[in-house]
Design a protein around this ligand. Sequence first.
Ligand code: PEP
Length: 249
Amino acid sequence: MSRQAIICGNWKMYKTIEESKSFVKSLAPLIEPSQALVYLAVPFTAIKAAADEAQETPIVIGAQNMNDISEGAFTGEIAARMLKDAGAAFVILGHSERRQIFGETDEFIRRKVTKAFQEGLEPIVCIGENLKEREAGHAHDVLQKQLEGSLPTLTASQIQSLVIAYEPVWAIGTGKVATAEIAQTTHQFCREWIKSKYGPEAASAVRILYGGSVKPDNITELMQQPDIDGALVGGASLQPDVFSQIIHY
Ligand code: PEP
């Protein structure tokens, strides 16, 4: 089965409404035609404006986080239906910054993934080991634990829209990219895990993105790996010209 690649920008806590609109306006003419789907995970405040601006373009707008509850007394939180209402089509869940800085657990992320599916948001579920875990030779154990803990039991159709992002924590925002070989071996491990749980068809359908210091000069080699189906891009997604070079890997 051929899997359409996704190149997803993660803007983190950058860009105002006006900056987001102007980015989408600048990026759109730079990416057509593109072999990959182009996603942008923008700040909550910019979802509506960015989605409106992206309407006549292939750019898909999404969010960077959400809560698993539908509504209620949860000051400062945001619900899946609010993201949908604002124009988000997907949501990043379990990013390592959420896990590390905000103490999100696999259990919480699993509830969010369930909710995202219920509300029709495509989840991009992030997993990744830290440097100590990799150096100790425990990367695969850590990833397996995160996969088992963060993913609910999935239906065949949910598998089709599930996206996993492998993001080694030691490569995020550090300029240290995993070698294409490390990334490929790890992606293969994740796909094998999906296969052992859901069978070969599911394993060949699920998309696994790589994230961690992806830049125009390393994307090509990464995308040549058979189990890498795209990239989650932080810093290099903040400028349209740089991001468009990654999109045209
Ligand atoms: C990220 O934020 O998911 C990320 C991979 O960041 P960077 O590309 O800056 O390492």
